[in-house]
Write a protein that binds this ligand. Structure first.
Ligand SMILES: [Zn+2]
Ligand SMILES: [Zn+2]
Length: 435
């Protein structure tokens, strides 16, 4: 038999992780209905919160915890748990002001979960079907006590698995996709005065700052090549330089040769090696294991308290340390709404910073006019400050400086809207690499 016979390869050994990778997938027209739906995933733009019960109120603006100014949305992620009954949407904002970088409270995340009657019906139907199947099995077993129970129970146990319906894909049922919340007032601005009694979606609007245009997110499963191919030194530039260059901006080129940290190397490697995923801006895996950015961060010690100082193979077994086995997060505050445990949900990675540059900030709801040629740095800053009026007039906008942003969300998916727990590892620099 030929050694390359495809029939001999088993699909079970394909190294897919359970992580979904989200990649930018084209701009969204400023007047598109998708920008007023909480069931669409995108970066930039304005957030849309689902219709809430009358006792609930969507936040009308999100402010930086440091400078207390309104801050722009980085991402809205629609992520209903499989076999759940809710729409679930996670939102992340960050302050673009230079003076707020590296400070607690400048990055914030909210989650909105709303009962989706369609999902409720699905769950109910699945439950009925399961009960019916089980009753039939019992009946068969009664008639023939020697028959075997089949391996049932493949339903309903994968609360956080799969993810086929994540990020705004078609709903899991076979009914035509309908969005009960986006049928009316497509072209009207949201009425902010009626928020507290609102039974419809709430979308933020100008003059709040936003990165424009918003861009769709599409997702792929993370696929990693076999370890022997992946286990190459980061500094070994022999591997597909074109692919690497696609993802790696100047920021990384500057950092990599100087900043040697095994955790950071793994972080970069994991992102660069994902097949078709080198442009990923966001990683999603509810109840999964986050990918740490720096061994020197406080957060790393909080999430991987038992991690050894070196991750290189030890003498005995020649195995690299598997960080995911050492994931033991401590002191993650529980959900303040229902008391359930918070679990890792998603993480932003630095190519998102390249996708959301300060000069795309706008307060008009439309893309900012990019600076013309021959414009001095000073002129460009003034224009930016003018465009982003609400962002202050000091021209103090800059690139965000986080290395990764982690969001931990309620594991019980309690309904309503509220803030979730955010942890940030700041961008590695030479000055703090030894701190
Ligand atoms: Zn700020
Ligand atoms: Zn909760």
């Amino acid at each position: 038999m030929s050694p390359s016979s495809p029939a001999g390869s088993s699909s079970s050994s394909i190294p897919f992780s359970n992580t979904l990778l989200a990649l930018p997938d084209g701009p969204i027209a400023y007047d598109a209905a998708d920008l007023r739906s909480h069931t669409v995933s995108y970066i930039g733009g304005y957030p849309t919160f689902p219709a809430l019960s009358s006792a609930e109120k969507a936040p009308d603006t999100i402010k930086c915890g440091v400078c207390h100014e309104a801050i722009p949305l980085l991402a809205q992620v629609y992520c209903p748990p499989e076999d759940g009954e809710n729409d679930r949407t996670v939102y992340v904002w960050a302050c673009p002001r230079t003076k707020c970088q590296r400070r607690d409270g400048s990055v914030r995340a909210y989650r909105a979960s709303a009962r989706n009657e369609e999902y409720v019906r699905d769950v109910e139907e699945k439950r009925k079907q399961r009960e019916k199947d089980e009753a039939e099995e019992r009946e068969r077993a009664r008639k023939n006590p020697f028959s075997q129970m089949p391996d049932s129970n493949t339903n309903g146990s994968t609360l956080f698995g799969g993810g086929q319906s994540l990020f705004g894909g078609p709903p899991p049922s076979s009914t035509p996709p309908t969005n009960p919340f986006s049928t009316s007032s497509e072209s009207q601005p949201p009425d902010l005065s009626s928020l507290s009694i609102s039974k419809s979606n709430t979308t933020h609007a100008p003059p709040l700052p936003a990165y424009q245009p918003a861009q769709y997110l599409s997702t792929i499963d993370e696929y990693l090549p076999p370890p022997d191919e992946m286990d190459v030194d980061v500094d070994d530039k022999d591997e597909t330089p074109a692919q690497a260059a696609e993802w790696r901006n100047e920021r990384w080129e500057q950092l990599l040769p100087e900043y040697v940290d095994e955790v950071f190397e793994r972080f970069v490697h994991r992102l660069e090696n994902a097949e078709g995923g080198s442009g990923q801006v966001l990683r999603y895996e509810l109840n999964g294991v986050p990918l740490p950015y720096s061994s020197t961060s406080k957060l790393y010690r909080q999430l991987f308290p038992e991690a050894p100082t070196s991750l290189k193979p030890s003498d005995e077994n020649n195995q690299e340390v598997d960080l995911s086995k050492l994931y033991a997060p401590k002191d993650i505050p529980p959900c303040p709404r229902c008391g359930a445990k918070r679990v890792f949900e998603l993480q932003l990675v630095p190519s998102l910073i390249s996708a959301l540059q300060p000069d795309s900030l706008s307060t008009t709801g439309r893309p900012a006019k990019k600076g013309k040629k021959n414009q001095t740095e000073e002129e460009r800053k003034k224009e930016l400050a003018r465009l982003a009026g609400g962002l202050g007039d000091e021209g103090g906008l800059g690139e965000m400086e986080w290395g990764t942003v982690l969001v931990f969300g309620c594991s019980a998916d309690c309904t309503g809207v509220g803030e979730e727990w955010v942890a940030v590892e700041w961008e590695a620099t030479l000055s703090n690499s030894s701190a």
